[in-house]
Design a protein around this ligand. Structure first.
Ligand code: 4AD
Ligand code: MG
Length: 463
């Protein structure tokens, strides 16, 4: 009995002349009456292994059932390839079919499907070269994130997915309830009586693990979260998901400059890791999906990010002479068109913008002495816009409380958050990296729906 070997390993350490067993899915079959060539992919690498079968040695009906999409196991001798295009191939001795695939109804028969068609067939799109590459890279980036933080002494903290807080204060939450929607219990004033709900209070899916992350940082020193995040914002864009993954480091004793240094070092590390460890998948995406991809990745690693304040950004945009769809002016939030102008036309580099007006940022950000701005930072990337949002946090109890009251946030629900500012408060900072936005950049894909296995967007929760 030969043991199964994965194609990636087989190609890295070819044991020429030895018998091997490979298992995978048929990408293509061609040949003639005498000889059959099968391209087999097992998902371990973008590369297919070529199987060569002498037609006379196999049942005609078996060979007929080896069609695109079928799952097979092949035992055979590993030999140097006779033809071009590959170095090694397997000269088949035995073929077993695990699962046939009807040639007339298998959705991935022809080449060149549209991305939209593949989204509708998200259950099968993993079997294409493009999506195989994207999801292998996504895995590598998730691994590298843990490695990066582990190597510098950060602790992975699991913050809750069901919570009573709206960390960002934007009100874009999915409610979590076991109440019967047909007979909702109400108090005398007509308001829903959440005391009868599962948790005895109103709860929602988390929009951010930050507030709980801060509790961890103010004891463990440096932590990060990496988990699913939910936003019920009705944004149908190639950059927004209702369910996405976010990485949120939070560090005691970091000011905004330390925070920016970490963010820049972190994303550069990840991109370098991809360049070194995902070569074949990146080469494929560069060649077939987004020409120039590898060059853009190297460019980001090799250049310092530009750091400017919001006020400077507004001045640049105002002086640009551009006609904007959304007006530019101090106090207005920057839109995608503004962010992309700064990154893609003005600076031609990633840009970090700091010190935004407090009105357009969350309640927890540290207030500057000018009384108008906060210690916020957004990292903007070419082709994407905002990829990271973060800030130094307001660690002064009175200032934080005043801001909570000013914004009429539910003060009593935030008692535990305020407590950290009463007992051993410390300067601290953190940020959130949108995992899918980052994967968009690394893979050069155009739509965020194509870098998460099963996208959740308005009116879409298939699979
Ligand atoms: O800027 P945001 O809203 O910041 C926070 O949630 C902070 N609590 C982070 C922190 O300081 N710990 O979100 C952070 C990042 C954005 O820059 C973006 O990359 C991503 O999360 N993001 C989304 N990604 C996909 N779909 C959405 N709807 C997203 N909303 C935010
Ligand atoms: Mg943001």
């Amino acid at each position: 009995m030969v043991r199964r070997i994965k194609v990636k390993k087989l190609m890295a350490e070819p044991t020429l002349g030895k018998d091997v067993l490979v298992k995978g899915w048929v990408r293509t079959k061609r040949g003639n009456r005498n000889i059959v060539f099968i391209a087999l992919n097992d998902g371990s690498t973008i590369n297919n292994i070529q199987i060569v079968a002498d037609a006379a040695s196999f049942d005609e009906s078996l060979l007929k059932d080896i069609t695109t999409g079928a799952s097979i196991g092949v035992t055979g001798r590993l030999v140097e390839s006779q033809g071009g295009g590959q170095n090694i191939e397997i000269s088949a001795l035995h073929i077993e079919i695990y699962g046939k695939s009807d040639a007339n109804t298998y959705p991935l028969q022809k080449k060149g499907h549209s991305m939209e068609f593949l989204r509708e067939n998200a259950h099968l799109r993993f079997r294409t070269n493009t999506f195989g590459a994207v999801f292998r890279i996504r895995h590598a980036m998730a691994f590298a994130i843990h490695k990066y933080f582990n190597d510098i002494g950060f602790f992975y903290l699991h913050t809750p997915i069901i919570t009573g807080s709206d960390a960002e204060g934007a009100g874009e939450m999915f409610h979590v309830t076991t109440l019967d929607l047909k007979t909702i219990p109400r108090g005398e004033d007509g308001a829903i009586d959440f005391r009868e709900d599962f948790f005895g209070k109103e709860t929602n899916l988390t929009v951010s693990g930050q507030l709980e992350g801060e509790l961890g940082a103010l004891a463990l020193g440096e932590i990060y979260t990496f988990g699913p995040t939910f936003r019920a914002e009705n944004s149908n864009t190639p950059r927004h998901l209702a369910e996405f993954w976010m990485i949120e480091p939070e560090m005691a004793f970091y000011d905004l400059n330390d925070n920016m240094d970490l963010a820049e070092d972190f994303v550069k590390y990840l991109i370098r890791y991809a360049l070194e460890n995902c070569k074949e998948d990146l080469e494929f995406l560069d060649r077939m999906v987004n020409p120039g991809l590898s060059g853009r990745l190297k460019f980001v690693v090799e250049n310092e990010f530009v750091r400017i304040t919001y006020t400077e950004a507004v001045d640049i945009l105002s002086a640009s002479g551009r006609k904007w769809e959304f007006p530019v002016g101090w106090g207005r939030d920057l839109q995608a068109e503004h962010e992309r102008y700064l990154v893609e036309e003005h600076f031609l580099k990633p840009v970090i913008i700091t010190d935004y007006p407090k009105e357009i940022k969350a309640f927890y950000m540290k207030q500057n002495d000018d009384g108008r701005t906060v210690r916020a930072m957004d990292v903007l990337f070419p082709g994407i816009g905002e990829i990271i949002g973060g800030s130094q946090r307001e660690e002064v109890y009175d200032k934080l409380l005043a801001r909570i009251r000013e914004l009429k946030l539910p003060e009593k629900d935030l008692w535990w958050y305020l407590d950290t500012r009463r007992f051993g408060t410390a300067p601290h900072s953190g940020f959130g990296l949108g995992f899918e936005r980052f994967i968009l950049f690394v893979t050069g894909m155009a739509n965020i729906r194509d870098v998460i296995p099963f996208p959740r967007t308005p009116k879409n929760a298939e699979f």
